[in-house]
Ligand binder design. Structure first.
Ligand code: AMP
Length: 216
């Protein structure tokens, strides 16, 4: 049975960074809904244009299109053994839809690491975040500095600051998270799947804690 790990946590807590590391370690696919939307945006697809109108405001893209985008992604062969889900689900409706689609795909949500940090830490981290144009690799001015300024170590593409990472959008995104995504903490706690991990530590320590919690 395929294993799916849902990474929960506020914007800026390091889900993307940890998802990349976990995917490498576990050999499961890394599925990031934000990256998928950004890819659609770059390719100017209809979905990308629709998503942009929400992303630019720091709001969630409607559940229907988000769920079908993820369904298409999880159907791809690299998800055969499972995936690390980063940024999806973000609402209880999406979580219900995930349960249903995984039954269909003969998989299940195994564990849900909930990575936490206080709001000031999130705001600071997001404002210092740089993302690679080609594949979304993540850097930070303080603790994950690229070897050459403005260039991705992994694929050599340009690093840029996401529009929605600019200061004026960050508080809005955190508010949307608290209102719409926080209910998932209880959703997965009730199902006995939630494991809390302190995200206000060095990247390597968060990874250690995550791997230890996932092994239990
Ligand atoms: P992220 O890269 O996860 O911070 O996502 C960037 C933006 O993409 C969010 O602010 C939303 O506008 C949109 N987005 C990503 N994932 C979802 C989701 N599961 N549901 C709705 N909107 C999403």
């Amino acid at each position: 049975m395929a294993i799916f790990i849902v990474l929960l946590g506020p914007p800026g807590v390091g889900k993307g960074t940890q998802a990349n590391i976990l995917a490498e370690t576990t050999k499961l696919a890394h599925v990031s809904s934000g990256d998928l939307f950004r890819e659609n945006l770059k390719n100017l697809t209809d979905l990308g244009k629709l998503a942009k109108s929400y992303m630019d405001k720091g709001e969630l893209v409607p559940d229907g299109v988000t769920i079908s985008m993820i369904r298409d992604r999880l159907r791809r062969p690299d998800c055969g053994l499972g995936a690390i889900l980063d940024g999806f689900p973000r609402t209880p409706t999406q979580a219900d839809a995930l349960e249903k689609m995984l039954t269909e795909f003969n998989g299940h949500v195994d564990k849900v690491p909930y990575i936490t940090a206080d709001v000031p830490v999130l705001v600071e981290r997001i404002s210092e975040r740089w993302t690679c144009r080609a594949q979304g690799h993540i850097y930070n001015r303080t603790f994950s500095v690229p070897k050459q300024a403005g260039v991705c170590d992994i694929d050599g593409s340009e690093l840029y600051q996401r529009e929605d990472d600019k200061a004026e959008m960050v508080t809005k995104r955190i508010r949307v998270y608290l209102e719409q995504t926080m209910p998932l903490v209880e959703y997965y706690r009730k199902r006995g799947k939630l494991i809390e991990v302190n995200g206000a530590q060095a990247v390597e320590q968060v990874t250690k804690d995550l791997l230890a919690a996932l092994k239990k």
